[in-house]
Design a protein around this ligand. Structure first.
Ligand SMILES: Nc1nc2c([nH]c(=O)n2[C@H]2C[C@H](O)[C@@H](COP(=O)(O)OP(=O)(O)OP(=O)(O)O)O2)c(=O)[nH]1
Length: 146
């Protein structure tokens, strides 16, 4: 037996990689998009709800916590959508998961606005640039009934 190698998603060399998780919450063939309220350089850009995975937290656990904090809903986390997306100059990676609502109606507790977008409406909002491959995967994939 070979010894198990350390997870490449958790570390590269000696430096820890910061993981940001986002939820593509789908209901009735629409996905929930959220307008950032802050910081000023990101305000008005749209994203998937989520945030940083805290030390000791699982990616799924972080996503459930962030959606509770940001939207006041309970979600069930499903499959990954797309690949890991490197973010900016830091050792940060974005991972998006499909999700569905289990309890509650999303409210913009931390965002400037929320919109449910069908497959023909995905270009109606200015997404954060890093989200472009995920938007394309949603447009082409099965999640919105395509
Ligand atoms: N949540 C989220 N963040 C994204 C997406 N696309 C993208 O580039 N980002 C970037 C924007 C931010 O630089 C970073 C997430 O930071 P954040 O401020 O939402 O994370 P957080 O809630 O844990 O942070 P904090 O305000 O509690 O410090 O990832 C996305 O679709 N969803």
């Amino acid at each position: 037996m070979h010894a198990e190698r350390p997870s490449q998603s958790a570390s590269r060399g000696s430096a820890t990689i910061l993981v940001i998780v986002g939820a593509a919450i789908v209901a009735e063939r629409k996905v929930l998009a959220c307008a950032r309220a802050h910081p000023p350089e990101l305000a008005g850009m749209w994203e998937f709800p989520g945030g940083k995975v805290e030390p000791g937290e699982s990616e799924t656990g972080a996503l459930v916590r962030e959606c509770q904090e940001e939207l006041g809903v309970r979600i069930a986390v499903g499959d990954r959508i797309g690949d890991d997306i490197p973010l900016g100059h830091r050792r940060t990676v974005l991972k998006i998961f499909a999700a569905r609502l289990v309890d509650g109606d999303p409210k913009p507790l931390e965002h400037a606005a929320l919109r449910w977008l069908g497959p023909d409406e995905l270009d109606d909002v200015p997404w954060l640039p890093a989200d472009a491959p995920i938007v394309e995967a949603l447009r082409a994939g099965p999640w919105l009934g395509q």
